[in-house]
Design a binder for this molecule. Structure first.
Ligand SMILES: Cc1cc2nc3c(=O)[nH]c(=O)nc-3n(C[C@H](O)[C@H](O)[C@H](O)COP(=O)(O)OP(=O)(O)OC[C@H]3O[C@@H](n4cnc5c(N)ncnc54)[C@H](O)[C@@H]3O)c2cc1C
Length: 555
């Protein structure tokens, strides 16, 4: 069957892309989704403690005021069931389900030069084709299970948090080992500890965390959200990271040490990702960052009673917020429970998994369940899992051997009419993602609308533009302290063999939006339309003028 457009993925991105292409441009669209329902991240991630770290009034679509008015959030941070309920409401309101196929994992997408069309194949052998292919596969949808020797011999059960069984896992009375202390692990440990007989947390990288301070939302707050829709929407569009709070204009050095302490204490009490917004130079000046890092490390030492455990938890060797900054509910307090212990893998590395549990260099720890809170093959993983081939059969896996190369994170040279929502090289994971997703989806929709109204058959990034953009993405990252955390998943460091390239664009979502708008207004500068018929414009990193880094400090 042939479609105007095929969209892969039915999370926030795929749903809105379907609505835009079908209902605004009038195209024949089909969405292919590997999972059994809509929701993306929130369909798959059902681990204990799973919750969004963006606040409910910002973690939503902003394209429809009516939709905003209709939706009431119940808590400051939405949990997976509430986000799924929200997306179900969206799907029903815009009648989206009829064009989505579930259980349809795309395994291959090949561009046919002669016909200018994409041929797609799913795991079950279903085939179809389309003029435009839009990947809405998410940045964090390819689970990363570390290759630890002996896993197949383990006599207990093991789970990855990103593929948690929908029926839940009964951990009551079980000896649970959790590997990983990133955002997910920090959410999961306190909840697992409540039911497990014993929880052993295996920590390779100590991490900062700020209390989330989740709470029910009052009717007054929900009324405020309805009445201030325009202002909230504008704030998410004007800030570097798409959240509904602004980053302070003051620098750390603008205040006295006493004032600074009071500011950090107030932010700690408020809770949430806003802690990063206390000073504008936290992500660009190491000395400024040290003040926040010292404050947070002191909090860990004050909370955790056992001095050796406190020291291991506070022994953090990256600047604050240069890795994805977690927020938590009683994470550090959990280590005061008698049924929780910490294993510092820097002192005693894992040697292997045994039939009975995990053996470190010092001992064997017996376990019934292993929980891998080890994150994802981020950004490129979901794309490279598919066999995507562009012009002359060129494989994306080959094109990206040394790291992803894109123009604006939206297109790849030699892959015509392929659009990547929140692709590598776009602000994506450094933002409150629905805002970044809306911007990409709307840009792609306008672009396809332009092609159709001008009788243009294909569009693709020019190699020069992609090179220049790549240089600019590096430049933006280098202007922040995020380059101090080379072991982060932003660099792909959690996946052995993955090229170490800083993947997201750290120049700020508001700047990025302007760059994308300007490029479209200049007739899609840097893109080649109907190759062979039009010439391209050569660009250099300097052409993204005015886009010098304005740090965008993580989701
Ligand atoms: C635990 C966790 C917490 C998060 N917290 C936040 C937060 O606090 N704030 C924030 O802004 N973002 C957060 N995120 C990021 C989150 O992914 C985005 O906010 C958002 O859900 C992304 O939507 P999406 O549609 O782009 O991708 P996804 O929601 O990941 O959806 C992609 C879909 O594509 C499907 N898919 C992938 N490959 C294929 C294929 N080959 N064939 C068919 N289907 C395929 C997947 O099954 C999936 O359903 C979090 C992510 C995780 C994992």
């Amino acid at each position: 069957m042939h479609f105007d457009a095929l969209v892969i993925g039915a999370g926030f991105a795929g749903l809105y892309q379907l609505h835009c292409l079908r209902d605004r441009l009038g195209l024949r669209v089909r969405v292919l989704e590997a999972g059994g329902d809509i929701g993306g991240t929130w369909y798959w991630n059902r681990y204990p403690g799973a919750r969004c770290d963006s606040e409910s009034h910002a973690y939503r679509y902003f394209f429809s005021r009516e939709l905003n008015d209709e939706w009431q959030s119940s808590e400051r941070y939405p949990g997976p069931p509430e986000i799924r309920a929200y997306l179900n409401h969206v799907a029903a309101k815009f009648d989206l389900r009829r064009d989505i196929r579930f259980g349809a994992r795309v395994t291959a997408a090949h561009f046919e030069d002669a016909a200018n069309r994409w041929r797609i194949e799913t795991e079950s052998g279903e085939k179809c084709s389309a003029t435009y292919l839009v990947t809405a596969v998410g940045c964090l949808s390819a689970a990363n299970v570390p290759a630890i020797e002996g896993l197949s011999d383990f006599g207990g059960k093991w789970y990855h948090t990103g593929e948690w069984p929908h029926e839940g896992v009964d951990l009551a009375g079980k000896r649970v080992g959790q590997i990983g202390t990133g955002s997910t692990g920090i959410q999961a440990a306190p909840v697992i500890a409540q039911s497990a007989a014993h929880l052993t947390v295996f920590q390779r990288t100590a991490n900062y965390s700020v209390p989330a301070r989740n709470a029910p939302l009052t009717p007054e707050f929900n009324r405020w959200v309805r009445e201030n829709y325009d202002e909230i929407r504008e704030t998410t569009r004007q800030t570097p990271n798409g959240h509904a709070f602004r980053i302070s204009r003051r620098n750390v050095a603008d205040v006295t040490p006493e004032e600074r302490q009071a500011i950090y204490e107030a932010a700690w009490e408020t809770g949430g990702l806003q802690f990063r917004a206390t000073f504008r130079d936290l992500l660009i000046d190491k000395a400024a960052n040290d003040t926040a890092a010292d404050f947070l490390k002191a909090r860990i030492r004050a909370i955790v009673k056992d001095p050796a455990t406190a020291e291991a938890l506070a022994d953090i060797n990256h600047p604050y917020s240069t890795k994805r900054p977690p927020i938590d509910t009683d994470y550090f307090e959990t280590f005061n429970r008698p049924n929780v212990s910490l294993v510092d893998l820097r002192a005693e590395p894992i040697e292997r998994i045994t039939p009975k549990g995990i053996r470190t260099s010092n001992r064997e720890i017996e376990l019934d369940v292993i929980v891998f809170a080890t994150g994802f093959d981020a950004m490129t993983g979901p794309l490279l899992k598919m066999d995507i081939r562009g012009r002359a059969g060129r494989a994306l896996r080959d094109a990206w051997k040394a790291g992803p190369e894109t123009y604006l994170g939206l297109q790849v040279p030699d892959f015509p009419n392929l659009f990547t929502v929140t692709g590598p090289g776009s602000p994506s994971v450094l933002t409150n993602m629905p805002v970044a997703i809306e911007q990409h989806v709307e840009w792609i929709t306008d672009c396809i609308g332009h092609l159709r109204s001008h009788g243009i058959e294909t569009i693709e990034a020019s190699p020069e533009a992609a090179r220049a953009w790549g240089a600019h993405v590096d430049e933006a990252a280098n202007a922040t302290l995020m380059t101090h955390a080379k072991h982060s998943w932003y660099y792909g460091a959690n996946v052995p063999g993955k090229p170490r390239v800083f993947m997201p664009y750290a120049g700020g979502l508001q700047r990025y939006r302007k760059i994308c708008e300007d490029i479209a207004a200049r007739g899609y500068e840097g893109f080649v339309m109907d190759r062979g018929r039009t010439a391209t414009v050569a660009l250099t990193a300097g052409d993204f003028a005015g886009a010098a880094a304005s740090p965008s400090p993580g989701v």
